[in-house]
Ligand binder design. Sequence first.
Ligand SMILES: Cc1cc2nc3c(=O)[nH]c(=O)nc-3n(C[C@H](O)[C@H](O)[C@H](O)COP(=O)(O)O)c2cc1C
Length: 355
Amino acid sequence: MSQLFSPFSIKKITFKNRIVISPMCQYSAIDGFATNWHLVHLGSRASGGAGLIIQEATSVLPEGRISPEDLGLWKEEQIEKLKEITTFIRSQNCVPGIQLAHAGRKASHAAPWAGHLQLDSSQGGWKTVAPSAIAFTQNETEPSALDKDQIQHIVQAFKSATKRALLAGYEVLEIHAAHGYLIHEFLSPLSNLRTDEYGGSFENRIRFTLETIAAVQSEWPSDLPLFVRISATDWAEGGWSIEESVQLSQILKDKGVDLIDVSTGGAVSHQKIPVAPMYQVSFAEKIKKETGILVSAVGLITEAKQAEDILTNHQADLVMFARASLRNPNLPQQFAQELQDDLAWPKQYERAQLK
Ligand SMILES: Cc1cc2nc3c(=O)[nH]c(=O)nc-3n(C[C@H](O)[C@H](O)[C@H](O)COP(=O)(O)O)c2cc1C
């Protein structure tokens, strides 16, 4: 059996294979509520054979949404539809995961197909918040710098959303600390110019991350997996670095985080990313080797052999797919055929199997 199709367990959860559908915003929610689009999008990737699906960045507060059409979990009523989705995902022998997020200064933008520009209040947007009052680009309005009460309010919102995520039936929770959103904004010295205990030294810049994780852990059962997605580098001079990522990952491991989902970039608009197949894998490998924590690799991994090599070379423990799985929701089934492995198909589709 290939590594890719061997089961993998973290705490009490077993994934039937190592293929993870990476979180992907669908810009299809209404007032934070999931719709049938989410059910069909996530459901078809579950029936397509993935071991774990991590639902898109789901905001803990309305003002933490990237766009007005982002999913949210800031009120009880939002749980019901998500429960329908997790129930379906589980019926396909796939594990439902959720990514909790706050977009910080990158909130209040139009969906990609509507131009992805910052929205003002007349367009359904809102005033954004961040560690420091620095806009992401020159064309955007400055966010307001969070005061300490507001920071604590957001930490509590992560805690409450975690409670709701559990009620909705998710079995893996991922905290979004990457891509230039709020938590990453605190981590990066390029977006965090604070002079209080939340800025300056490494210990101060990671404080908000640690407080958020502690709040999440106070609600999330200790026998369910907790992931944190980080950007391992800002790809910009003077930014958050791989060395700091290793240091943070060690601390998170000691605090009981199970897996670091290793992405990169997103902090600043002048980043220079050397995009190429598997370009982020070496960061996952370094974090795994230097700390011993479980890691997932993501980013331009598109072929079964690439994923299998990543696992057999011990560069990562799970492999995530985003755009390749949008192109083909049955990607795991295709990969299983290529690696000559067995992967159960939904019985409704068995007659289509090429023997
Ligand atoms: C449509 C789309 C939406 C995305 N939304 C999210 C998101 O909600 N949270 C996140 O951490 N990353 C998000 N990403 C990034 C992906 O999870 C993934 O890290 C990235 O696309 C690289 O993987 P790939 O080369 O397999 O596409 C998104 C990517 C795409 C294409």
